[in-house]
Design a protein. Sequence first.
Length: 318
Amino acid sequence: MKLDKNSKIYIAGHRGMVGSAIWRGLLKKGYSNLIGKKSSELDLRNQQGVLSFFSSEKPDVVIDAAARVGGILANNNYPYQFLMDNLQIQNNLINSSLEFNIEKFIFLGSSCIYPKFADQPLKEEYLLTGTLEQTNEWYAIAKITGVKTCEAIRRQFGKDYVSLMPTNLYGTHDNFDLETSHVLPAIIRKFHEAKLNNHSPVELWGSGTPMREFLFVDDMAEAVIFALENQLPEHLYNVGTGIDLTIKELADIVKNIVGYQGDIIWDLSKPDGTPRKLMNTSKMNELGWRHKVELKEGILKTYNWFLENIGNFKEVKL
């Protein structure tokens, strides 16, 4: 299909951290015909509702940035919702796109689709070669299904359906709710609140030894736009920085940026999750995409946004 600045682009999940970054990125590049629906206006778990929306709006391109997401605690506590909600959301979007002959579909997943003990850095071909990390297997299974569904459509119908697997994302408009957030926003909030409480001790989960890679959300948006503007030759691509660090090292960086001077207590009774999750992003890099925002700069931008939006940032209740 020929994409132009007036092509109708539907961003599912346009109010989330990733979806809103994609929306801002597209507007910046001059795309003027963007569609988004709040969950109160369109429940993506409702098949008939999604079909009706596609029938009336007839988008040219669909970007699936909609998902039920959360950290270890949320995944552990709500396995059914993480599996079923994500399956319903993506199945409805992918099937409706096929039904209405949409040529371009971009599916966003997660690095948790790869086996827990896969060789590092993670390559796309490691998918389905081993056992998943138990603490987020429900979410991972749903996302793997989405990847394989897009691959099946690409193979059977020849459509440009591509899956992008980001590493751990963070940035402005993140979720800072301590029950459902990921590690980086949780650490930012804990250190900030402890700083206001006379630098009281902060408890963090696990040993601090697992290694993680972090990508600023605006860089992820750039990767989506890159996939939108180019016909990528394969169905699955990793998106990350190719650089990781321990959670302890991450905590030290956040501690310095926030200005927290208290003690960190590591709760060894809590799970660590996968020991290491570093993405091999050579396929995307060779095509011409590369991250721009380094970790300290990104955390500073995120903390500044957090400070500007205290009392207003997203609280996700399950």
